[in-house]
Design a protein around this ligand. Structure first.
Ligand SMILES: NC(=[NH2+])NCCC[C@H](N)C(=O)O
Ligand SMILES: [Mn+2]
Ligand SMILES: [Mn+2]
Length: 300
């Protein structure tokens, strides 16, 4: 991994229905992300937050079952540019969310720098919905579909190109809540998924080893998109769409440590931290601890 990390906050919560994840970047900074990574002898450049602003009246409309479409497109367009600059400068982009719709902008900014970007989607959900399959109209349930070129044109063309990612370069880890349309897409596109069933059965070590060997030869960079709701709600209560039976705190550390050993991750984002429903900033603190492991922290 590179020795220089640029942090970008995305204080946006319009991709989902519960207010509060817009405060995620503050909570994660407050939990000490900069200090934690500096201790690991990285040079940290906190570039501050993308400006989001309040959504205008016209941006609230969700004609196409796409809530706040215009506002989400606007924010992600800015994010894509900022991330693009970070990668061009040779720094490691670390994005703090914000709801998971911001992965659209992150991937738009990162993927143009790679021939074959891999994506590890650590999440209770597939985020593979479209406006037709989404039960909620929330765009945070759609970013992975958008990134493989499926979804509303305004979302797909953020960054000026589509698709960003090949389905065979994706690994979803921790899935336990998939909508019918998402299941169809996973089968149709042959997306690799380790559900909680596989994690329980094989153990996290094996799941991560298989993930690493699956992506190693065919990718020239790998983005980690970590939705805190991938973890069990008892370890990460401050998320808007919690699902019981998730990945434990310890398994998550192990996963990050195996990724650190593999020296494979070239960009990362930590999303869906909602301080309003959190318990004394627990979820943001877990996020920072996992970043520690991802960037090479060890006890001895
Ligand atoms: N990034 C997330 N937390 N996504 C949750 C998505 C939930 C549900 N599948 C939906 O489309 O509304
Ligand atoms: Mn999720
Ligand atoms: Mn998600």
């Amino acid at each position: 991994m590179k020795k220089k990390i640029s942090i970008i906050g995305v204080p946006m919560d319009l991709g989902q229905s519960r207010r509060g994840v817009d405060m995620g970047p503050s909570a994660i900074r407050y939990a000490g992300v900069v200090e934690r990574l500096e201790k690991l002898s990285y040079q940290i450049h906190d570039k501050g937050d993308i400006e989001i602003g309040r959504p205008g009246k016209d941006e609230e409309a969700s004609d196409d079952n796409l809530k706040y479409l215009k506002a989400v497109v606007k924010a992600n367009t800015k994010l894509a540019e900022a991330v693009d600059q970070v990668v061009s400068a040779g720094d490691f982009p670390l994005i703090l969310g914000g709801d998971h719709s911001i992965a659209i902008g992150t991937l738009a900014g990162v993927s143009k720098h790679y021939q074959n970007l891999g994506v590890i989607w650590y999440d209770a959900h597939g985020d593979l919905n479209t406006s037709e399959t989404s039960p909620s109209g929330n765009i945070h349930g759609m970013p992975l579909a958008v990134s493989i070129g499926i979804g509303h044109a305004d979302l797909k063309h953020i960054g000026g190109y589509s698709p960003k990612i090949k389905p065979e370069n994706i690994v979803i880890i921790g899935a336990r809540s998939l909508d019918d349309g998402e299941k169809i897409l996973i089968r149709e596109k042959g997306i690799k998924v380790f559900t909680m069933h596989e994690i329980d059965r094989m153990g996290m070590a094996k799941v991560m080893e298989e993930t690493v060997s699956y992506l190693k030869d065919k990718t020239d960079g790998v983005h980690l998109s970590l939705d805190l709701d991938g973890l069990d709600p008892s370890d990460a209560p401050g998320v808007g769409t919690p699902v019981l039976g998730g990945i434990s705190y310890r398994e998550s550390h192990l996963a990050m440590e195996i990724l650190a050993e593999a020296k494979m991750i070239t960009s990362a984002e930590f999303v869906e931290v909602n301080p309003i429903i959190d318990e004394r900033n627990k979820t943001a603190t877990v996020a920072v601890e996992l970043m520690g492991s991802l960037f090479g922290e060890r006890l001895l």
